[in-house]
Design a protein around this ligand. Structure first.
Ligand code: ZN
Length: 556
């Protein structure tokens, strides 16, 4: 789960959410028994029990979790969702993951007319490779400043215009060109777009054929301090095993401290701040950093492991080829650093809640009778290692993306008690907003937009990989305005969870839990999905959403 509300000093109340488009379904009061808080909480307790060992991918915790999901999905009336090559059906979509562990402590050497300067791993820079190669050796590759490293045809923007990056290292700014200024230059103003995420920048540098890609860390636009990056220098780095074994990625990827970037620009006779400003304007072109070159050698140990997404489906009655997806990651951290002798990170909120919600929503759908369209429930693996189960699904979609109506992702369901509001992360991107606004109004509640869009939380959870397929997505977070205690109490409880329990052994079900508010949130997610499943509408991305082009390209 992502750190929602950590940066949000207050949820910004922006009116009652413009609903200019045309929601087409009346999604209030569907037939069938409501969601059961008791059944839901029982699933959470089982999944978050010590017996499940924190649900790490690849081990005994995975075996228990996947078997439990198979049993519960079957009991809820679902059918196995995955068609195997031999024609049989399975609950499991098996993925191969790679774990790459750096064996050496690499040195980044930046050389120029004034000599060669070596820099310290973890302190000045970090680096890794996504190529499945044990040795990567980059020698004397020219450094090129490519601004924000963005190629966005819909914004008429190409930071790589006119340069061949083969054999060169891209030096890239974090976030996007209008973060500083806030005036929309094609990238949503202060709000982050996918082009602002570091994951995108490395992908693009790979597409450009760069030998290396290094992002300049700056605390405000990154939204976290260097310590977050500098502390992640040991232990394995996970990825899915790609068809090209990472050949299309840059030779190395990494970050450098802002101070190192400034020193390097000065050595090249350039002004970092000036170039940064220039990179924020239309028509920026890449700039060579004088005659400076970079060298680095990485030695990596490679291992692979197998893990599974779990997929169940309730086939539609009249249009079974059209599918609504619900997703939640089943995995968590497994064994972790002990606190008070407890070394199991149970991940009760993160994300036994979302996983339990899949089961209970499936039961609710079955009990209400099949819908016209199919509804799929996907428990995703390896979210905590970098959204890898969702990434695998993106590369191997079980349901045809152009016929997938929408995806609703759940990661951390409210356990604090009832709230008047529910937050939509990434509000303003698609007509899914209109559907949940309607659903909330019908139940006397209200939707609040993303409280910290500049932090880019929308891009930090599994639904990102569905969005990249063009599928409109809905991702909510718990409201803050509590029936008992209002915003003050809501913010205090959120802050306490982040400080005390997030990714710690104490993320467990306790007597303080009150899931009644979570159940109310899930009823809204049911209403939205059920309305789509019983109807024939196709929610659209907004005109300026960066995933709209992918939807159009899919022919939908
Ligand atoms: Zn999570």
């Amino acid at each position: 789960m992502i750190l929602r509300h950590l940066l949000a000093a207050a949820v910004i109340a922006v009116g009652a959410c413009a609903t200019s488009a045309t929601p087409t379904v009346d999604n209030s009061a569907f037939a069938g028994p409501p969601l059961s808080a008791e059944a839901y909480l029982a699933h959470v307790r089982t999944l978050a029990s010590d017996e499940f060992e924190g649900r790490a991918p690849g081990g005994n915790g995975e075996r228990l979790t996947v078997e439990y999901l198979e049993r519960m999905f079957a009991a809820a009336g679902l059918e196995p969702g995955v068609r195997l090559p031999n024609g049989q059906r399975s609950w499991r979509q098996e993925a191969e993951l790679s774990a790459a562990t750096l064996l050496n402590e690499p040195v980044l050497t930046i050389a120029g007319a004034d000599g060669a300067r070596p820099y310290v791993y973890g302190q000045d820079f970090t680096a890794w490779t996504r190529r499945l190669e044990e040795n990567v050796d980059i020698a004397n590759a020219e450094l090129v400043f490519v601004g924000y490293g963005i190629v966005a045809p819909e914004a008429g923007w190409n930071d790589y215009e006119g340069i061949d990056m083969r054999g060169r290292i891209a030096v890239i700014l974090v976030n996007d060109p209008d973060f500083d200024t806030g005036d929309d230059r094609g990238f949503g103003g202060r709000a982050m777009t996918y082009y602002g995420r570091w994951t995108y920048k490395f992908e693009e540098a790979g597409r450009q054929g760069a030998a290396g890609a290094i992002i300049v860390h700056q605390t405000a636009p990154a939204s976290y301090p260097w310590a977050v990056i500098g502390s992640r220098v040991s232990g394995p780095r996970f990825d899915i095993v790609r068809a090209d074994r990472g050949a299309s990625r840059a030779g190395f990827e990494g970050w450098m401290q802002e101070g190192l970037a400034r020193e390097t620009f000065t050595r090249a006779g350039l002004d970092f701040d000036q170039l940064r400003q220039r990179a924020q304007t239309q028509g920026f072109r890449p700039v060579r950093l004088g005659s400076l070159t970079g060298s680095i050698a990485l030695q990596t140990r490679l291992e692979t492991t197998r893990t599974s997404n779990v997929v169940g489906v309730l086939p539609g009655t009249t249009r079974p080829d059209e599918t609504i997806l619900y997703s939640a990651h089943w995995d968590h951290l497994g064994r972790c650093s002990p606190i008070d002798g407890d070394d199991i990170c149970n991940g009760a909120l993160d994300n036994a809640t979302g996983t339990a919600a899949l089961i209970e929503l499936a039961r609710r759908y079955s009990a209400a009778g099949r819908a016209e369209r199919s509804v799929a429930f996907i428990a995703l693996t390896a979210e905590e290692q970098g959204l890898l189960g969702a990434l695998y699904y993106q590369q191997h979609p079980v349901f045809e993306p152009r016929n997938t109506v929408a995806a609703i992702n759940m990661d951390g369901i409210n356990h604090m008690g009832p709230t008047r509001d529910i937050e939509v992360v990434g509000f303003g991107k698609s007509e899914m907003d209109d559907l949940i606004v309607r659903a909330a109004e019908a139940r006397g509640r209200r939707v609040e937009p993303d409280s910290s869009p500049e932090a880019g939380y929308f891009y930090r959870s599994d639904h990102l990989h569905f969005a990249q397929l063009g599928i409109p997505v809905l991702y909510t977070s718990n409201g803050i305005d509590m029936l008992q205690g209002g915003r003050e109490r809501g913010q205090a409880l959120n802050a306490a969870y982040v400080a005390n329990d997030y990714h710690k052994p104490s993320d467990e079900v306790t007597d303080a839990w009150d899931v009644s508010g979570g159940i109310q949130d899930l009823e809204l997610l049911y209403d939205v999905g059920r309305g789509l499943a019983d109807g024939s509408s196709w929610p659209q991305w907004r005109a300026n959403a960066e995933f709209r082009a992918a939807r159009e390209a899919s022919g939908r």
